[in-house]
Design a binder for this molecule. Structure first.
Ligand SMILES: [Zn+2]
Length: 166
């Protein structure tokens, strides 16, 4: 997909979404839960023992709801970025992984750190999907008129930087 097509595609994804005011990733999740009639649950997570290349967030979809895991040992701003990126995957409807259904088939399994870590490690999207998620996140952020995060710090924008958007 050419950059222009990518822009057009992501724009079509984000265009009709009503953004909460004041804007935050958490408020957006609540808003999307209502707009999509499908709950989004946020789960702070510590990616203990996971390499530095591992994703800081993960999205797990079950038949009932979407679950977004985000690294909590980072600034609030970075947490918001991680959540927005995962929302990007949700909104783009990126491929789900069968492993998640297996991992989530038991009761209370979301509290199971091993299962969550396994899910995080197995999160594997294509480069194109990562670009789409990141651009959707960037567009949502760009459309927001106010921001209640802690403010960006150099080095915290690495997801976007790696993908060439920042
Ligand atoms: Zn991603």
């Amino acid at each position: 997909m050419l950059d222009r097509e990518l822009q057009r595609y992501c724009s079509s994804i984000t265009r009709d979404i009503e953004l909460p005011r004041p804007f935050s990733a958490r408020a957006l999740c609540a808003e999307l839960s209502t707009q999509r009639d499908r709950r989004i649950y946020l789960h702070p997570h510590e990616a203990v023992g996971v390499g530095t290349d591992a994703p800081c967030g993960a999205w797990i979809a079950t038949a009932q709801a979407d679950h977004i895991f985000f690294e909590q040992r980072t600034s609030k701003y970075h947490q918001e970025q991680i959540i927005l990126h995962e929302i990007g995957h949700v909104l783009c409807g990126h491929g789900l992984h069968d492993v998640f259904e297996t991992l989530l088939s038991g009761p209370g399994v979301l509290d199971n750190r091993v299962a969550v870590r396994g899910a995080l490690l197995r999160t594997s999207y294509t480069t194109q999907q990562e670009k789409e998620a990141e651009l959707v996140a960037t567009m949502l952020l760009g459309r927001s008129t106010s921001w209640d995060g802690d403010g960006a710090q150099t080095g915290e924008r690495y997801l976007g930087k790696v993908l060439g958007f920042i």
